[in-house]
Design a protein around this ligand. Structure first.
Ligand SMILES: [Fe+2]
Ligand SMILES: [Fe+2]
Length: 248
């Protein structure tokens, strides 16, 4: 009955692969096969796997069918949250996705899933990623104010969605939470954020996130114990395609 997590599979069975790192870096070579084998070794039919976004490069559902089928075929119960590249997933049509893929996949958005006595809550999140202005030593000296103002709006919307997820679980009597985001909970300028504050407000025991690819991004946000919560980065290339066992 263990709980596993990973993110950023970036599957492309039916679509054109555009990300340069995915074409270049060895860690991405046959990553679908590496991940499939690791899941077969680790995950049983009793276990749960949460996939925290960037599932597919497909631009619409028709272009993602084989990618979603690949996920369906993995062992255990599968719960998906949205990533910034998941164009197939319109928030307003989450109900339709759940109807289409029930009982093989669960799409977590504006709702929660239960696992043992925990509520699994989540949303895509958002993080300001620049543009930043750098000095000749590569230190940040400023950033695009317009982009920052826009990012604040997106953060606010995602916080509302996350709160909905927590509140629904709370109304149903849950008091133990694990929180899932796609984006890191803080950007590189922040020590805390609306997301870390909400994790603390509701007493989430863990915060799981992905989105950061490549060595240079792996330490963009919080990892390990921080202000009483455990934070884990689970992007697939960071985990080298071995899903992380976050609870059992
Ligand atoms: Fe990604
Ligand atoms: Fe992403």
């Amino acid at each position: 009955m263990a709980l596993y997590a990973i993110g950023d599979l970036h599957l492309h069975y039916q679509s054109v692969l555009k990300a340069p790192a995915q074409l270049r870096d060895r860690v991405w070579k046959n990553h679908e096969e590496k991940f499939r084998k690791n899941c077969a070794k680790l995950i049983t039919g009793e276990d749960t796997l949460v996939l925290v976004g960037d599932h597919s490069w497909g631009k619409n559902l028709a272009q993602c069918e084989q990618d979603l089928e690949y996920i369906c075929e993995l062992p255990g119960r599968k719960i998906l949250t949205r990533g910034n590249h998941d164009m197939f997933w319109d928030v307003k049509k989450t109900g339709l996705l759940n109807e289409m893929y029930q009982p093989r996949l669960s799409f977590l958005q504006d709702c929660y899933e239960c696992w043992q006595d925990y509520a699994l809550v989540g949303t895509k999140g958002f993080t300001f990623e620049g543009p930043f202005y750098l000095d000749h030593r590569g230190r940040i000296t400023g950033w695009d104010e317009e982009a920052l103002a826009h990012s604040r709006k997106l953060v606010e919307r995602e916080l509302q969605r996350l709160r909905r997820s927590f509140e629904l679980a709370k109304a149903d009597g849950y008091r133990k939470y694990i929180m899932f985001l796609h984006y890191p909970p803080t950007n590189i300028l922040e020590e805390r954020s609306g997301f870390t504050d909400m994790a603390e407000e509701y007493g989430a025991q863990q915060v799981i996130y992905a989105h950061c690819h490549g060595e240079s991004r792996f330490h963009d946000s919080i990892q390990g114990m921080y202000r009483g919560r455990e934070y884990h980065l689970v992007s697939g290339d960071f985990l080298r395609w071995k899903p992380l066992r976050i609870a059992e």
